[in-house]
Each structure stands twice: as structure tokens, then as C-alpha cells.
Design a protein around this ligand. Sequence first.
Ligand code: ADP
Length: 198
Amino acid sequence: ISETAPWKLYGSQRGAKGVEPLRTFSQRANSKLYIYLGDITELQIDAIVNAANSSLLGGGGVDGAIHAAAGPALREECSKLGGCTSGDAKITKGHGLPAKHIIHTVGPRGKNPETLRSSYSRCFELLLEHDLKSIAFPCISTGVYGYPNKAAAEVAIETTRNFLENNLENVEAVIFCLFTNKDIEAYHNLLPAYFPLE
Ligand code: ADP
């Protein structure tokens, strides 16, 4: 992860101006947590997560943006995967993207915390299985699938915290890629509870 990466470190002195350093046990966890505001297809990291649908053949929203940027070879690879059920995830190469891999997960339609938790957990499992060090998540299920933003943010942040508590040495960066003002507000409000700054 480059020091000049275009995302903000959540809780370290290396981060953007105005970001407070941490002084709690979670300081090291916070130093690996990033917020990125913008298009996930532009991130040059090990893996970006796609909020896909069960066909894995492309769709709207972030899925459409990822397929458009990765090119037709992605659809070709996806077509061999036999789809994906809600709460599961499958990995492909990044093809035309700057990211090396894409982890495609299918979130729940509507508010189903168990399935959303499973989506995040499966993404982390694949990250470890493939020995990858950096991952960026879009706000899974909060678009067309209609999961309420704040409730979804809570699941994303809680799952990430659990993961970092157990696997801190295995990863360099977990990036929350936020695309809407609602999500920026939700993460801004919830992050300090799970990754305390003081
Ligand atoms: P879902 O079907 O899981 O709800 P959507 O793609 O409709 O997936 O929405 C998931 C989230 O991805 C939404 O917050 C949406 O604003 C966001 N999003 C859409 N395009 C992009 C993009 N290019 N980069 C990052 N996030 C995006």
C-alpha cells in the first residue's frame, strides 16, 4: 500500500490532516482501515469486492461499473463459475482493472444481517485463502438490493473489526469504498464505536 494512495487512513498519524491518531488497543487495527470516497474500479490493490447478482454475469450499479471497466474477459471467466448464492463469494482475476482480483459476492435483498455478515466473511475468507493483503468493499446490498444504509454499515464495520482482531498480521488494508452521502454519514457515525479513536 503506497503512502500516496488516494484514500484516507482512518486512524493513524500517517493519514489525512484532521484524522486523529489512536491510543487504544485497536490502534494497529485502525492503521489498516481506510475510507475511500469514489469509484471502486480505480483502486490498484489486491482485490476489490463486487456486489454482484446470483448470475455473476453483470448487472447495474457497482456490478455494471466493474464489468465495464474489466472488459468482456471478466464475463467470460464469470460464466464458468456456475453463479453464486446469497451470502457466498467467488473470486476472479481483475482483467482490465488495476485491481489484481475481484471477489464477487451476492448480498441479501433487503435487511438480512445474517446473509450480509456471511457475504463479508466469505470475502475475507477468500482473501486469506489466496494470500491477498488488501481489499476494498463497496456498500454491499445498499443500492438496488435496498438494505438500509446504516444497518448495512453496522454489519460491514462489525464484520471487519472481527476479522482484523483475528487476522491483523495477514492484511495490509481493508478499504471501505463509499459512494453516496448516506453511506459517508453512516460510516462517519459508526466507525468510532467499533474502531475507537480514544
Ligand atoms: P446491490 O445490488 O448489492 O444493492 P448496487 O450496485 O446497486 O448493489 O449498490 C451497492 C453500492 O455500490 C451502492 O452504495 C452504490 O451507490 C455503490 N456504487 C455504485 N457504483 C459504484 C462504483 N463505481 N464504485 C463504488 N461504489 C459504487
